[in-house]
Design a protein around this ligand. Structure first.
Ligand code: HSE
Length: 428
């Protein structure tokens, strides 16, 4: 019989417990698929005495994740603690230095330290894999590094924060305010301990930075991601966008342009009839575009015990089978330094404003847009409430700089009652 692949698992929250369950319950299947038994030698977590819905009695216990990571009876260190630094990073580095392969679900750690850790893995002749770090159960890392390896990737997009998609779709379906649905999401346990990671777009931006590195062969550049959260999206915008045939999504877009690498995580309008437009609830979607393959759409659960443990096991089973892929698809030394694009690719924009009921008000706004070189595609004015009326404008494609110039000039017209909302319309 072949030698078993022995795991050491640090972090026994939802995902860790899910991994233990799969290893215990599917032992025969895992061995049949890889040709060797997959076992667990030891585990580690902050609290030992806690019911995790699965027995840990067969495994050694370590209080210290670094001690776990360096044990002689561990071949693969499975890091499921989270946090960009601290114990997760220390234990990952210790595991690699001790000659262990590492599987992690830690997007924050990789988004910030991915290059150094990939280099450390290669220097030690080990692999560092992270399928579970991006879009939960969706095998997007494997799709990019292996399934689409023969393509020049042209664009990668994703709705990769289920909490935000839940909030936006629930606001629309129930006609509720952002604050009300945020509280609901909190009660459902969807929000991270620090909710700004979700609603501020940071969690999703970590994931986008990782996908961009693989897709474009560049060093992970989280700082280069332009990030805007969903906190300012109102039910008014969701309704008005729907009237125009769009839905609002926290959308990540990465593409290599002549101006550099463009990576954006921001609320965008997308056609309601598109796959991304139809994405409901806490589900994730990744859209990958390659020169040979065209467009691939992957949809599935972005979080939760089963889906995330499924992704962890995908990496574990690759290691058991002897499939060894560089962390970001090419050796770390060959990853190029990314130059972030300073301006976004031109796009149409949705503008919503409240205009005073005054002769020439619309004309003044149209003039400001015209002077900034922005052409109007569609315009809609709704019924007046008292002496103001909501106006929607969809522009033709325009550069963000031109739009910013127009937005800056608009208050000077004196016809605005309130702030102008501007959201990019992404062609998906
Ligand atoms: N908080 C994330 C989400 C899950 O809502 O999708 C883990 O990244």
């Amino acid at each position: 019989m072949s030698d078993p692949l022995r795991l050491g698992i640090a972090g026994l929250g939802t995902v860790g417990a899910g991994v233990v369950k799969i290893v215990r319950r599917k032992a025969e299947l895992l061995e049949a698929r890889t040709g060797r038994p997959v076992t667990i030698s030891a585990v580690s977590a902050r609290t030992r005495d806690k019911d995790r819905g699965v027995s840990l009695a067969d495994y050694s216990w370590e209080d210290d994740p670094v001690a776990l990571a360096t044990r002689g009876d561990v071949d693969v260190f499975v890091e499921l603690m989270g946090g960009s630094d601290g114990p997760a990073k220390a234990a990952t580095e210790a595991a690699l230095a001790a000659g262990k392969d590492v599987v992690t679900a830690n997007k924050a750690m990789l988004a910030i330290h991915g290059q150094a850790l990939a280099e450390a893995a290669e220097a030690a002749g080990r692999v560092l894999r992270f399928e579970a770090a991006v879009a939960g159960g969706i095998p997007v890392i494997k799709s990019l590094t292996e399934g689409l390896a023969g393509n020049d990737l042209t664009r990668v997009m994703g709705v990769m924060n289920g909490t935000c998609n839940y909030i936006l779709t629930r606001m629309e379906s129930a006609g509720l305010s952002y604050d009300t649905v945020f509280d609901e999401a909190n009660q459902l346990g969807y929000l991270e301990a620090d909710p700004t990671l979700d609603v501020g777009g940071i969690d999703a931006a970590h994931k986008l930075a990782l996908l961009a590195a693989i897709a474009f062969g560049t060093r992970v550049d989280f700082d280069g991601v332009e990030i805007e959260g969903i906190e300012r999206i109102s039910i008014d915008d969701i309704r008005r966008a729907r009237d125009l045939g769009f839905r609002i999504k926290l959308l990540g877009v990465a593409q290599m342009t002549g101006r550099g690498l463009e990576t954006r995580m921001s609320p965008c309008l997308v056609p309601a009839s598109s796959p991304i437009g139809q994405l409901e609830g806490p589900t994730n979607m990744c859209v990958l575009e390659g020169d040979a393959v065209g467009q691939i759409v992957l949809r599935g659960a972005g979080a939760g015990e089963g889906p995330t443990a499924s992704a962890v096991m995908s990496d574990v089973l690759d290691i058991a089978r002897g499939t060894r892929v560089s962390t970001f698809g090419v050796p770390a030394a060959r990853l190029a330094h990314a130059t972030p694009a300073r301006t976004a690719t031109p796009a149409p924009y949705y503008l919503r404003m409240e205009l005073k009921d005054r002769p020439g008000a619309l004309a003044q706004i149209a003039t400001v847009l015209g002077e900034a070189g922005i052409s109007i595609d569609r315009m809609r004015q709704y019924k007046h409430a008292a002496d103001t009326a909501p106006v929607l404008i969809v522009t033709h494609k325009t550069a963000r700089d031109a739009l910013d110039a127009a937005l800056e000039a608009m208050p000077g017209t004196g016809v605005l009652a309130g702030e102008v909302v501007a959201l990019r319309i992404e062609s998906v």
